[in-house]
Write a protein that binds this ligand. Structure first.
Ligand code: B12
Ligand code: SF4
Length: 498
């Protein structure tokens, strides 16, 4: 079969700071190619819709698979699927990915005949079987598959993460992938899943709170295959288990792999595994993202972060001592007033770290989707991107965005202050000399992307596709497993309290 795999367009965030390769599709692509299919991948973060339809006409795919990790991409993917069906009535059209896995039936409702099925959960193992069963009734008996006519049993977990290393050669124009100064930048995955259970997050519910590791040999083999000098490690919480981190590090040293790395982890993991992180600093880890989320005890409790404000601050000190450049995130609640924004601004200006703000957003797959008592003010998929307010704001909505953007830009200006401009300028020249323009373009884009008027206006756009309303709200933590895509029994390694 000729199979075309498609990643949708970039959302707001990626317009400024980063653009990353579609690793999930590259892994699915590797599995599908190994099964003997002719596979192409098109990333609409880089290419336009006209390129997509040209590809559909030229390649004439027998199957098109869309990746739907993000709710905000749902309308785009539905429209592309419908137009693809019009042009190629017999093409097998399917979607998979993180968000698709939580809302499969409603996607099929919106799509009508345009979608043949939704594949829930991790899909390297099942996609070749889906293609084999395309067009016949065996399809809806497959694990994780949902069609308009029925659904198979729940999705199964891969036997081993070592299988199906990403087919990075499928991604075209790879030099477009970058994160900040790491330009160009590839992505890699060392572990999968998260054993914590933060109430606002769906990373743990997707994998049923399981946590799996690639073998150190396979992880190092994958890193060795990467041509780019920089690597974004996509693990939800990197280096939870110190022995695993050391074992990969030793393999990396043994093979003489030299890269610069960016990763995301938790403050308590950094405190616990401080020596490991210092070791990886020597191997090339320079940048990290710490999930701080809140500055006060009460908000951390509501998010169920299972860390204290003093642990957060301690982790920041450790990161500074080791010499990491750290970015961190704070979740802005729609109930924030001017004083609250001002307090966050003041704190953000007092620390050397790069501070990001996202907006508290209940979405399918998170616990807050089932428990948040405030009514949603919109069901427009496009606004569920953690940059828009979908709950009632205490300030008038336009004012809320003004405060949000003012806070984001004060923080941004801090990083583009005189000393930073000099340093950023040198990095920019360095990037340009290497023929890389992503980082330089990024420096000019902030004001057009983070714009209160634009964010407010997004709420006034006509809505064509809406999320299904929430079920009756729960008043307590949902029963174990209710939210899981992969029903695993919910392992809780790493000393996490349940
Ligand atoms: C890297 C990453 C990003 C990258 C995007 C990379 C890219 N080009 O796709 C960046 C940094 C840009 C990003 C941004 C955001 N992200 Co993000 N991101 C991740 C992260 C950490 C890893 C994704 C990844 O590569 N995983 C590894 C690959 C192998 O897995 P995968 O992509 O899930 O693919 C598997 C399956 O989903 C499935 N699959 C995927 N596509 C397809 C397609 C088909 C046809 C099939 C059959 C199957 C299939 O099979 C794959 C193999 O098993 C995930 C968390 C996670 N661990 O998954 C969050 C995550 C997906 N992001 C999330 C969020 C909220 C965001 C943001 C909205 C905000 C934010 N603060 O992070 C922004 C905006 C998104 C945007 N498009 O701009 C949420 C998703 C929430 C939701 N339901 O919408 C997640 C789950 C994190 C979380 N803690 O909740 N993100
Ligand atoms: S630790 Fe991070 S990935 Fe894990 S549940 Fe919390 S926010 Fe999500």
């Amino acid at each position: 079969m000729r199979v075309l795999l498609v990643h949708p367009s970039a959302l707001m965030y990626s317009e400024v700071y980063l653009r990353l390769e579609p690793l999930g599709l590259e892994r699915v692509g590797a599995a599908v190619r190994a099964a003997g299919h002719d596979v192409r991948l098109l990333d609409l973060q880089i290419f336009g819709h006209a390129d997509y339809f040209r590809e559909v006409d030229d390649f004439a795919p027998d199957a098109v698979g869309f990746s739907l990790n993000y709710l905000a991409n749902v309308p785009e993917v539905l429209d592309l699927a419908k137009e693809t069906r019009r042009r190629r009535p017999h093409c097998f059209i399917f979607v998979g990915g993180h968000s698709a896995s939580f809302i499969a039936p409603e996607l099929l409702d919106h799509a009508g005949v345009a979608l043949d099925c939704v594949v829930r959960g991790e899909a390297e193992g099942i996609t070749p079987r889906v293609l084999e069963a395309a067009g016949d009734r065996r399809l809806e008996a497959l694990p994780g598959v949902v069609t308009r006519h029925g659904a198979g049993p729940g999705p199964t977990l891969l036997e081993s993460l070592d299988l199906h290393l990403p087919a990075r050669d499928l991604a075209r124009r790879r030099r477009k992938y970058f994160i900040g100064v790491l330009d160009p930048c590839a992505s890699a995955e060392l572990t999968r899943g998260c054993p914590w259970d933060c109430s606002f997050c769906s990373a743990w519910t997707f994998y049923g709170r399981s946590y799996r590791k690639a073998s150190p040999e396979a992880a190092a083999e994958d890193l060795a295959r990467i041509r780019e000098p920089n690597v974004f490690l996509v693990d939800d919480v990197a280096f939870i288990q110190a022995e695993h981190g050391y074992a990969i590090g030793r393999e990396v040293e043994r093979r003489g792999i030299r890269k610069q790395y960016y990763l995301e982890t938790r403050c308590d993991v950094l405190i616990k595994n401080r020596e490991l992180f210092a070791y990886w600093r020597r191997l090339g880890l320079h940048y990290m993202f710490l999930g701080v989320e809140a500055l006060d005890e009460e908000a951390l409790r509501v998010h169920r972060k299972r860390v204290t404000p003093s642990e957060n601050l301690h982790a920041l000190e450790i990161a500074r001592e080791i010499g990491f450049t750290v970015a961190l995130n704070i979740i802005a609640d729609p109930s924030w007033d001017e004083a609250r924004f001002a307090a966050v601004r003041e704190w953000a200006l007092s620390v050397p770290e790069i501070v990001h703000l996202t907006v508290a957003t209940p979405y399918p797959g998170t616990e807050t989707w089932l428990t948040e008592p405030r009514q949603l003010t919109t069901h427009d998929y496009r606004l569920f991107d953690v940059q828009h307010a979908v709950l009632p704001t205490a300030l008038p909505l336009r004012r809320f965005y003004e405060e949000l953007v003012a806070t984001q830009s004060v923080i941004n200006r801090k990083h583009l202050g005189w000393a930073a401009v000099r340093e950023a300028g040198m990095l920019a020249v360095d990037a340009l000399l290497r023929g890389q323009t992503n980082y330089v373009r990024m420096m000019w884009k902030f004001a057009s992307v983070y714009n209160a008027e634009r964010q407010y206006a997004d709420h006034l756009k006509p809505v064509r596709y809406e999320l299904s309303p929430r079920q009756p709200l729960l008043t307590a933590k949902p029963a174990k497993g209710v939210l899981f895509v992969h029903a695993t029994g919910g392992a809780t390694p790493g000393g996490v309290r349940s």
